[in-house]
Design a protein around this ligand. Structure first.
Ligand code: ADP
Ligand code: GLC
Length: 480
């Protein structure tokens, strides 16, 4: 089975969030099941720096105002990649979606339309003799892939479109639709048109052979006005071709027995090494070195989605119950300031690291006792999965993939020995506060907490089950 995976991020080359982790891990999870995956991604400077040894495999003379070439090869990590080198679109300073001033690049729709058009061309004609059976497009940046494949002659691959986050739609003003080089018949309410714009995300939803999202609960939530971002109607129309497949984690990359970013190895069989990482985190975040205080963590983009204003609101309770808080994240300046202010109030109990730091995120997962994920919506969420594996108890909002991956340790669950963390709903400070009280109460009973941690660490978070579901989906599309 040959799969062309198309995305704007792929770990370890380029990452701003969980999308990169998933796109980076899936090829390795699918390989043992007989899939040959190639990942097509844009040649941003950070990517070009890492792929010097790739060879040119295709040339596109006219790609929205410049030429592009596709480089092909294998990363040291084993992933087969196709890199779209188009300097007029990707060779820029700043982030991959925004300039140094933090604002989105004005031509983002075209930058990723180019990626999608190239994916469609490879889908039809193949590249260096390799023709995919399936094109698997991720998020709005690849949403136009099935649209570019819709017209044209000859056989085409089947398409799967995965929604990782519906909050980003990739809109282009209707007046600029012509720039996409697509026929006008797609600019229609039953096609790409979305309130006067063209929506790449809607393109993926309407034109793909199958739509997935990254958890079963989010697949249901998406079909409601509160979560559908205006596309719930379209998603309901396509409900028979929409399913949720839970993300897994790369258990090689995230393994407390071998992780070189943590202070000492540990495992479910022997968690004693976790204490060394807790000490290291307390040192790194300027907290008092106190093994007995519950250390709560946050590892997150600081955005509205993630609900971290609730943590600010409940910080008093964390301090009053004797806890410590270590925050690693960046984003919304108001939240960054609010966490910094908290740090000033209680410097030995609150630690804040503003920025993006992959090794520190591993250390924090290893050293914390619990992680807070109070998201307003969460398609899947990966940090709670890493936390489970590192024996760090997730305290999560009951939404999306958080609801599907954490088993609430209520009294009934504790009696049945099934809880792995704490859930709360609705997503309010009050409900978070109640979950915090339950967590602190259980933490005081060290034997009960140790059992909870054991169950968390043994909870399966790998890709095995979900990879099989993707393969079954690919096969069913090819048979249809
Ligand atoms: P999302 O994709 O919505 O941001 P996920 O939980 O799916 O949420 O994935 C977030 C990923 O980004 C995880 O791998 C997490 O460890 C990582 N991450 C988030 N913020 C930071 C940060 N400040 N430093 C390092 N890693 C981070
Ligand atoms: C998105 C979602 C997150 C999910 C990730 C990977 O960024 O916000 O919930 O885990 O994609 O699928």
């Amino acid at each position: 089975l040959r799969i062309l995976s198309v995305a704007s991020e792929c770990y370890p080359l380029v990452k701003t969030g969980g999308l990169a982790d998933v796109v980076g891990a899936l090829p390795g999870a699918l390989a043992p099941l007989g899939c040959e995956v190639k990942v097509l991604l844009p040649g941003y400077p950070v990517v070009m720096d890492r792929v010097a040894r790739l060879t040119m495999a295709a040339y596109f003379p006219d790609l929205f105002g410049g030429s592009g070439r596709v480089l092909s090869g294998r990363l040291d990590e084993g992933t087969d990649v196709l890199v779209l080198d188009a300097p007029h679109l990707y060779e820029r300073p700043g982030g991959i979606y925004n300039g140094p001033d933090g604002r989105d690049w004005p031509d983002n729709a075209l930058r990723f339309a180019a990626l999608s058009a190239v994916a469609a061309a490879i889908g039809r004609r193949g590249i260096a003799g390799w023709v995919p059976d399936i094109v698997h497009a991720h998020d709005w940046q690849a949403g136009l892939v099935p649209v570019y494949l819709a017209d044209g002659e000859g056989p085409r691959p089947k398409t799967v479109f995965t929604i990782h986050n519906i909050a980003f739609q990739g809109l282009i003003d209707g007046m600029d639709y012509w720039k996409l080089g697509l026929p006008w018949h797609h600019y229609h309410v039953d096609g790409l048109e979305f309130y006067g714009d063209a929506s790449a995300l809607k393109g993926g939803i309407v034109y793909s052979d199958w739509i997935t999202t990254v958890s079963p609960t989010y697949a249901r939530e998406l079909r409601t006005p509160g979560f559908g971002g205006g596309l719930d109607g379209v998603l309901n129309q396509r409900a028979g071709r929409l399913s949720g497949i839970l993300n897994g984690v790369d258990t090689g990359e995230w393994n407390p027995e071998t992780d070189s970013s943590i202070a000492a190895p540990f495992s479910a069989a022997d968690v004693s090494g976790k204490a060394a990482s807790k000490r290291a985190v307390q040192g790194a975040f300027g907290l008092s070195a106190d093994p007995d205080r519950m250390l709560l963590s946050v590892i997150s983009r600081l955005t509205e989605q993630k609900g971290l204003d609730l943590v600010i609101a409940e910080a008093g309770r964390i301090l009053q119950r004797g806890g410590q808080l270590a925050v690693l994240g960046s984003g919304d300046p108001a939240l960054e300031l609010a966490f910094a202010a908290l740090k000033r109030q209680a410097p030995d109990r609150v630690g804040v690291s503003i920025g993006y730091d992959e090794p520190l995120s591993h250390l924090l997962q290893a050293g914390a006792d619990a992680i807070l994920v109070p998201s307003r919506f969460e398609p899947c969420g990966l940090t709670q999965l890493y936390a489970l594996r590192y024996g760090t108890i997730p305290i999560v909002a009951r939404t999306g993939g958080l609801a599907d991956t954490v088993i609430d340790a209520n009294d009934a669950a504790l009696k049945a020995r099934t809880g792995t963390g704490f859930q709360f709903a609705p997503v309010t400070a009050e409900a978070l506060g109640f979950a915090l009280e339950r967590a602190f109460d259980l933490y005081e009973d060290r034997a009960a907490w140790a059992k909870l941690r054991q169950r968390a660490m043994r909870h399966p978070v790998g890709w095995e089950t979900s990879a099989k579901q993707y393969v079954a989906l690919y096969k069913s599309l090819l048979q249809a």
